[in-house]
Design a protein around this ligand. Structure first.
Ligand code: BJW
Length: 238
């Protein structure tokens, strides 16, 4: 393959082998809680305590029990060794890509280890429990801090930068995402419409949009991603 910009879209499947649940698999988050209750602004207004409990538990597990796996590490290696730009666009709110060493990274659905103040708009690091009484570290106002995550009906983050990268990339790789949630599920079609990139899906099983990709490889992310990255880097250096 010719060198050029690579965009990698990741979803919950890449963090599954790090011990973090996906959403729509049989053992996923949406089998335990109603998404309308915990992942919408309306759910948060109805019952903020329930939403805080959902994110507090995930924040604790992320910090106490999750480590990057071989797939996260392979993407960090790709960014270091690929002769052109590699941008990872993750739907995940965990910090496993950062911990693995990825630096050119967009969290389009926000970050679990940050809070956002509804009053002053400041986004602050947040490692502990968040409650209705939590104060914004910037304006000190209590009761207006919420998890810095993107719920249904809210605008995902950094979209202009993501679309610019999709329009210039030579390779688009989607890893561990089911293709249920837009706008991320539409990225492959957007890339195809630009007509100058190869598209690849790496997943445990075919996603909803699997037939839209030119190449598909199925298996656990910790195996298929390192293999795919090794092949790409070998092609680039030959
Ligand atoms: C493995 C594996 C292993 C397992 N190895 N793989 C049409 C167009 C545009 C928008 C819409 C539309 N129709 C409806 C909408 C609105 C809505 C939407 O998409 N609804 C759908 C349900 C239809 N979208 C929105 O509201 C978004 N905002 C928006 O659209 O704003 C307007 C806009 C439009 C156009 C451009 C710009 C803006 C916001 C979406 C917010 C999503 N939020 C959540 C929760 C918050 C974060 C959190 O709590 O963590 O984000 S929902 C949840 O789903 C989470 C995830 O990031 C997201 C995607 O899930 P993901 O990652 O795909 O996980 P799963 O579980 O679905 O799949 C796991 C995959 O891994 C599976 O395929 C497995 O096979 C695989 N797997 N083990 C490899 N070991």
């Amino acid at each position: 393959m010719q060198n050029g910009v690579i965009v990698v879209l990741t979803g919950a499947g890449i963090s599954k082998e790090s011990g973090l649940a996906t959403f729509r698999d049989a053992d996923g988050e949406w089998a335990r809680v109603e998404l309308e209750d915990v992942a919408t602004p309306e759910g948060y207004r109805r019952n903020p305590d329930l939403v805080h409990a959902f994110y507090n538990a995930r924040r604790k597990k992320l910090q106490e029990a999750a480590l990057p796996n071989a797939a996260h590490l392979a993407l960090a290696r790709l960014e270091q060794e690929w002769p052109d730009q590699v941008l990872v666009v993750t739907q995940n709110i965990d910090d496993l890509h950062e911990r693995a060493g990825s630096r050119n990274l967009i969290h389009m659905h926000g970050e679990l280890l940050k809070g956002r103040c509804d009053l002053c708009g400041t986004i602050s690091p947040w490692a502990g429990e968040m409650t209705r009484a939590s104060r914004c570290p910037s304006c000190q106002h209590p009761g207006r801090l919420r998890p810095h995550v993107v719920w249904f009906g809210e605008m995902p983050l950094d979209m202009p930068r993501i679309y610019r990268a999709l329009e210039t990339c030579r390779l688009f790789i989607a890893i561990g995402t089911s293709g249920n949630v837009y706008p991320a599920a539409g990225f492959v079609t957007h890339v195809q419409s630009c007509g100058h990139a190869r598209t690849v899906e790496l997943n445990l099983e075919p996603s909803l949009g699997a037939t839209l990709f030119q190449q598909t490889v199925y298996g656990p992310a910790s195996q298929v991603v390192p293999d795919f990255v090794a092949r790409l880097l070998a092609e680039a250096s030959s």
